[in-house]
Structures are given as C-alpha cells and as structure tokens.
Design a protein around this ligand. Structure first.
Ligand SMILES: C[S@@+](CC[C@H](N)C(=O)[O-])C[C@H]1O[C@@H](n2cnc3c(N)ncnc32)[C@H](O)[C@@H]1O
Ligand SMILES: [Zn+2]
Length: 315
C-alpha cells in the first residue's frame, strides 16, 4: 500500500465555530453565479463513474457535475455541515453520498475516481504537495481534476506590491493572508488562509502527473466599487467578456485549472456502491464494514456513520 506514512497537518475545522457557510453566499450573487457558470462550462462534456467534490460543504456546486457522473461524493471535514444539509442535498441530488473526512487522508481505495473538483478550499491547505499525492492515489488514469484557487498575484495585489516596491511579493511562495474575521470560516487567529501563485500550483500538480489543459479566470470584477456601479447581471455579462479575453493572464482573483491525470496504474475494478470504495484513511488497509460502523483492525480505530454521514476524519 502506498502513502501509509503517518503525518499530521493542521486543518481548518469549520466545526469549531458555529458558522453556516451557506449564509456567506447570500450577499455574493455575482461571485456565486460567476463560479457556477464557469463550472457548467468546464463540466460540459465530462463524463464518468465516481466523482469527488473535495471540501464540497453544503453542495453549492453539485449542480455542475451531478448529471455528468454516476456516483458523486461530497467530502468535507465539517461533519456538522454535511449532517445539517444531508436532507436538502439528497432531495435535490439523490445519488450523492456525503462523507466527513480530511482531504490529506481520504478513506478511499486507489484508482477509484474519474473526476474531482476543489473550489475555495486550497487556501485552507497548508501542504498542497501532500494533498496532491493523496489525490493522485485515489484518481484513475485519465481522471479529470478541476482546481480553483485564490490567486496571489491578481491585479490589485500586484499594483499594491509595485506601489510599495515589494518585489519579494512576486516569488512563487504562497502568501499567508492575515487572519480575517469570518473569511470563509477562518474566524480565529489560527485560521489557515493561503493565496497561491498560479505557477506554483501548476508545478505541484505537474509533479504528481497532472497536466493543466486549460487555465481560466473567475470573478474578474470582484471589487466593491464595480459592485456599486453595476448590477449583478451587468457584472456577469462583463465577466463573460473578461473571461474570454483575459483567462490566460494573472489578472483575476480566482484561477481555475482544468487538468487531466496520467498515471501508470490502470483501473481494473468497477465499483457499484460506496462500501466497495472505502478503506482506512490512516493505513489505507481494508475495513470491516457493518451497517453504521467500519473498523480497521490494524489501526484499532472504528469509524461511525451517524445521521447518514460516515465520519472518517483523522488528522
Ligand atoms: C470556503 S468553503 C468552500 C466550500 C465549497 N467548495 C464551495 O465552494 O462552496 C471551504 C470548505 O473546505 C472544508 N475543508 C477545509 N479544510 C479541509 C480538509 N483538510 N479536508 C476536507 N475539507 C476541508 C471546510 O470544512 C469547508 O467546508
Ligand atoms: Zn488502518
């Protein structure tokens, strides 16, 4: 088994504070629709069996991939969010499974997923190289992976750095944002919040065998002034134009990579149900699965399914 090394990384644990992430979107219709329209476009034409939305929260983006893949899974470290939204998600997207787990240590066998997505989560990942290694393990050869991330060198940050003469800013080192109040869940000083240089993310992906097929920009018009001047529909119209002209640049605050993974291992098995793809998130060994519990004899851990959601969280 690969990836059995024991390590512990900090996780941005949304369960530590009572925060309903869906509320964050109430006043951000432009950004929400900008991301959804872009993803609809990216997923158009993609197909597959198992699909993973890493850090998928309350299923904000499920509509973009749901009809494309037979078995969509939303994985999130916040068990509370998954349990609170289970019924709403299942009503809308009945085939979707919800699993509480850590993106660094996922409870899935090798070579399972034909597709995966991560949006607005990479800023919480302090060790993306480790996450990408884990992601490579669970994806099949030719799997397609869509990665959104906060762009460190977007136009406003670049102008700010130039005015300050801060040329160190342009390195590929991730930029740790100062803790912000309620910045998408990071409401404590320990919050993990990184902005990444597109070249750095691309390099880390390539090291694990991913090729960036297409780079796209998103939320070009995310600015309080522009939001005052134009209504959401005008902003979305302008966004479409900006996207078609400037996606190759580092102007936008949010960048999306549409990637494909090449690896030697060929997927041999077809899996029909969720229990078939699960393994111990810690040692990647087999689990003894019963109705509402799953045990790893080697690690001596029992994982539980409560309120319809499996809890495979390990740190
Ligand atoms: C800002 S929200 C984004 C949710 C969703 N992707 C969206 O765009 O609507 C970030 C999510 O990432 C999850 N998260 C953060 N670190 C994680 C980790 N190590 N493993 C799994 N989920 C994580 C949080 O629990 C939270 O639900
Ligand atoms: Zn184990």
């Amino acid at each position: 088994m690969s990836n059995t090394k024991q390590f512990t990384y900090n996780v941005s644990d949304y369960d530590q504070f009572s925060y309903d992430y869906s509320q964050y979107w109430k006043k951000r219709r432009y950004e929400d629709l900008a991301e959804k329209t872009l993803l609809d476009n990216i997923f158009d034409g993609k197909r597959g069996d198992w699909f993973l939305d890493v850090g998928g929260s309350y299923g904000r983006l499920t509509n973009s991939y749901y009809s494309k893949y037979q078995h969509p899974i939303i994985l999130d470290y916040s068990a509370k969010t998954l349990r609170n939204n289970w019924e709403i998600i299942k009503n809308k997207y009945p085939n979707t499974e919800l699993i509480a787990a850590n993106a660094y240590k996922m409870p899935f066998k090798e070579n399972v997923f034909d597709g995966a997505l991560m949006v607005r989560v990479l800023h919480h990942i302090e060790h993306p190289e480790s996450y990408y290694k884990e992601l490579r393990r669970i994806l099949t050869n030719d799997a397609e992976y869509v990665q959104e991330f906060a762009n460190k060198v977007h136009i406003k940050a670049t102008v700010r750095a130039l005015l300050k003469g801060n040329f160190k800013f342009f390195s590929q080192e991730p930029y740790a944002q100062p803790a912000l109040t309620m910045a998408e869940g990071s409401d404590n000083v320990e919050g993990i919040f990184y902005n990444f240089h597109p070249k750095h993310v691309k390099k880390l992906l390539m090291e694990q065998g991913f090729t960036v097929k297409k780079k796209r920009g998103c939320s070009f018009l995310r600015s309080p002034l522009l939001k005052k001047l134009f209504n959401d529909d005008t902003l979305l119209f302008l966004e479409k134009i900006a996207r078609s002209i400037f996606s190759w640049t580092n102007i936008p605050p949010s960048v999306v990579f549409d990637t494909i993974l090449k690896k030697e291992d060929k997927q041999e098995e077809k899996y029909a149900k969720i229990e078939d793809i699960l393994c111990c998130p810690q040692c990647k060994g087999n689990l003894e699965i019963e109705q509402d519990s799953a045990s790893c004899k080697k690690c001596n851990i029992t994982f539980e399914k409560k309120d319809n959601v499996w809890d495979f969280r390990v740190q």
